[in-house]
Design a protein around this ligand. Structure first.
Ligand SMILES: [Fe+2]
Ligand SMILES: [Fe+2]
Length: 403
């Protein structure tokens, strides 16, 4: 099976994985083995589905990379967030099901701990609300990242018992609720298709404090500070501004290790997920491009230890993606290598001359070995400008990519 962008679907393509209905866990719009009617594409897009899995001979083994239990927990969590946030939007006084949130995060964390994969291979599949899908995705992503950072968490939270210091449930709960304050804001401003005015920006920037006020006293303090500080940057930029409650004077911003470590993790996963998800004002960017922007535009924003760990869990080229290599061959990405994220294993689908390869599994190439080759195009887009500078130390740089 391969991933296909919904805009590239052609008649006769058959689903390799089912498409769930976002509002009903356990219900499916289409089952595996069904042909996808092209008139469904607008509905798929409304549900945040921009890629689907299509059957492809000899590539069924990719199915093993998915953990159905993890998928189910993600959907369950989404459903819970959806019901709760909705209620809270409709009435300011509505009580949130704090215990339900904790239970759902605990189940997702347990599924994650049992899962043998340590990279981000599966996001929530279908959703009908950006805010709630984003909350679910960053909850999962933060715990996945936290799992890689256990030693660092113990060191950074030294006043805690080590077992408690690396407890990821409080982190995940923080991410699940990090944007809760947005339910108190005017959806017209939040979902505005264009650029926000400075006044609107200031208005939206209230959400961490609003959220903090909503969660305080209901969740552990380590969770509440994630809500308050998830927009605080490592170098001191960001918000909210701090004020002395007694004198009303402005205080210097929190920076570096003064920022709680869970909030530092939140900043990284929040920026990444927002940019890789389709929004009302911007299309989803491919992960390789977002990783590039994080390394360049976002310099100084992230804790360097957390940032480096993050790059080891995010495949720049998602597994199952059809790509074009620098020698003109068409290939499918079949593995992720955290040591060399930009050099995954691929299987050749078409030769340089465009002839279809009968058995791709007999034509597997580890790009970590073939260092003169690289992935050049994804979804008809040239991705070479997005490689990290260090990549070109061992691979010939095409002339048009500036040094
Ligand atoms: Fe936020
Ligand atoms: Fe966010």
């Amino acid at each position: 099976m391969i991933r296909v962008h919904v805009d590239h679907l052609t008649p006769g393509m058959v689903l390799a994985r089912p498409i769930p209905v976002p509002s009903h866990p356990g219900r499916y719009l289409l089952q595996r083995g069904q042909e996808i009617p092209l008139n469904l594409v607008p509905r798929l897009k409304r549900w945040g589905i921009y890629e689907v899995w299509i059957q492809y001979p000899q590539l069924e083994f990719l199915e093993q990379l998915f953990d159905p239990e993890l998928e189910e927990q993600q959907r369950e969590l989404y459903h819970r967030v959806r019901c709760n946030f909705q209620r809270s939007m409709e009435s300011t006084g509505a009580a949130l099901d704090w215990q339900g949130f904790e239970e759902a995060v605990t189940s997702l964390n347990e599924a994650l701990q049992r899962n043998k994969f340590s990279a981000m291979l599966q996001k929530l599949q279908a959703y009908d609300s950006y805010l709630m899908a984003h909350s679910t995705n960053v909850c999962y992503l933060s715990m996945l990242l936290g799992k890689q950072l256990e030693g660092y968490l113990i060191q950074q939270r030294e006043w805690k018992d080590p077992r408690e210091a690396k407890n990821l449930r409080h982190l995940g709960l923080g991410l699940l609720l990090h944007d809760l304050g947005k339910v108190r804001l005017d959806p017209k401003v939040l979902n505005k298709p264009g650029k926000l005015t400075p006044e609107e920006m200031e208005y939206v920037r209230q959400h961490p404090v609003l959220g903090y006020e909503m969660v305080r006293g209901h969740v552990p303090p380590a969770t509440a500070v994630v809500v308050l500080h998830h927009h605080q940057r490592w170098d001191g930029r960001g918000y909210p501004r701090r004020q002395d409650p007694a004198s009303g004077e402005w205080l210097p911003p929190l920076k570096e290790r003064q920022i709680p470590v869970f909030a530092r993790i939140a900043t990284v996963v929040d920026v990444f997920d927002a940019a890789t998800t389709h929004r009302c004002y911007s299309a989803a960017k491919p992960p390789i491009r977002v990783l590039h922007e994080m390394r360049t535009w976002c310099q100084g924003m992230f804790d360097p230890v957390i940032e480096q760990a993050f790059y080891r869990i995010i495949p720049p080229f998602p597994i199952g993606k059809v790509v074009q290599l620098s020698n003109g061959m068409e290939a499918v990405v079949v593995d992720f290598n955290p040591e060399e994220p930009y050099r995954p294993k691929v299987q050749i689908l078409r030769t340089e001359q465009g002839h279809r390869v009968a058995n791709p599994s007999l034509n597997e190439m580890d790009l970590a070995i073939y260092q003169d080759l690289f992935i050049q195009r994804v979804d008809d887009q040239d991705v070479t400008p997005y490689y990290p500078e260090a990549f070109w130390h061992s691979t010939p740089r095409p002339e048009y990519v500036s040094a």
